[in-house]
Design a binder for this molecule. Structure first.
Ligand SMILES: NC(=O)c1ccc[n+]([C@@H]2O[C@H](COP(=O)([O-])OP(=O)(O)OC[C@H]3O[C@@H](n4cnc5c(N)ncnc54)[C@H](OP(=O)(O)O)[C@@H]3O)[C@@H](O)[C@H]2O)c1
Length: 279
């Protein structure tokens, strides 16, 4: 059965790879959205009426509403939403620029929230739908010089997990994509960098410089991620995982983080439960 997919942020990176992959599938209607749709001409060679290009900045409520309306008017349904649009910000906690990180929260968290709220009425009416939220391994584990990016992705994790429990009875499923480094524009043009100026943090300069120089040399392949996501939705929808780390570093880090936390929680067990009132 043909499904209608809407993806945010399809100019480059994961969004572009997903759009190219989905545009070649026989069972997909594709709504490729971007802040500037003139960047989506790469899709023209695949278009035989199953592709809608739509202007969408996820921080603009009117553009969100227009994109959802255009989707249901053209295709009648909206089956899969991929909240992919996102930014990064490198800087120490103390030195990060408040307005810049606030804008990152507007895109990475509130953009995803507003998009999802805009499609839920359609998915509830259909009694089916899948929402795929791009988190990051930085949504499960935290790294120095990424405190606020970590914050946006941890927020995405918590919101998604709770929401998944609220909408399960409506036939709506959610999946978190948790990649490690992938070859996209994220570490380059999509991430502001605030170099340490306080002596105590100069040791982190190399981290930030390294992130910029490593951009486009990461291990992860966004084309492979696109194929995996399509396969999960198409062939594994009944048992879709809530969490999907992508890339070896993401998988290793997620397992190590949870094993360490589990050990700590068990070691603290007696102390933890001693805080309750006696039964
Ligand atoms: N690459 C990685 O290593 C990695 C790892 C973990 C998670 N992620 C996540 O993966 C997602 C996709 O990023 P990417 O790696 O593919 O990087 P990317 O190539 O830089 O793509 C980011 C996309 O987001 C779009 N975008 C930015 N602000 C937007 C806004 N206000 N409204 C709509 N679109 C907006 C960009 O559009 P413009 O062209 O208009 O700027 C671009 O299409 C992000 O959520 C990112 O946090 C990436």
């Amino acid at each position: 059965m043909t499904k209608t997919w809407l993806i945010t942020g399809t100019s480059t990176g994961f969004g572009k790879s997903l759009s190219i992959y989905l545009a070649q599938q026989a069972d997909v209607n594709l709504v490729a959205t971007a802040r500037h749709t003139d960047q989506l001409s790469y899709l023209d060679q695949y278009d035989h009426g199953q592709i809608l290009k739509q202007t969408l900045d996820v921080t603009k409520a009117d553009e969100i509403a227009a994109a959802v309306k255009a989707t249901t008017e053209k295709f009648g349904t909206l089956d899969v939403l991929i909240n992919n649009a996102g930014l990064g910000y490198f800087g120490t906690f103390e030195e990060s620029d408040r307005d810049a990180v606030r804008y990152m929260f507007d895109v990475n968290v509130w953009g995803l929230v507003d998009m999802t709220r805009a499609v839920l009425p359609t998915m509830r009416a259909q009694k089916s739908g899948i929402v795929i939220n791009f988190s990051s391994i930085a949504g499960l584990a935290s790294f120095p010089t990424l405190s606020f990016y970590n914050g946006t992705k941890h927020a995405v994790e918590g919101i998604t997990d709770a929401m998944a429990q609220e909408v399960a009875d409506q036939g709506i499923k959610l999946m978190l994509i948790e990649p490690s480094g992938f070859r996209t524009d994220w570490a380059g043009r999509s991430s502001q960098k605030a170099m340490p100026t306080i002596d105590a943090y100069k040791q982190f300069t190399a981290n930030i410089e390294g992130s910029a120089s490593d951009a486009h040399h990461e291990a992860g392949d966004p084309d492979k991620a696109a194929a995996i996501i399509y396969d999960q939705v198409t062939n594994h929808a009944a048992d879709l995982p809530l969490h999907l780390p992508l890339g070896k570093f993401a998988s290793d880090t997620a397992i190590a983080k949870y094993e360490k936390s589990l050990g700590e929680f068990k070691a603290e067990r007696d102390l933890s439960i001693s805080a309750d009132q006696p039964e």
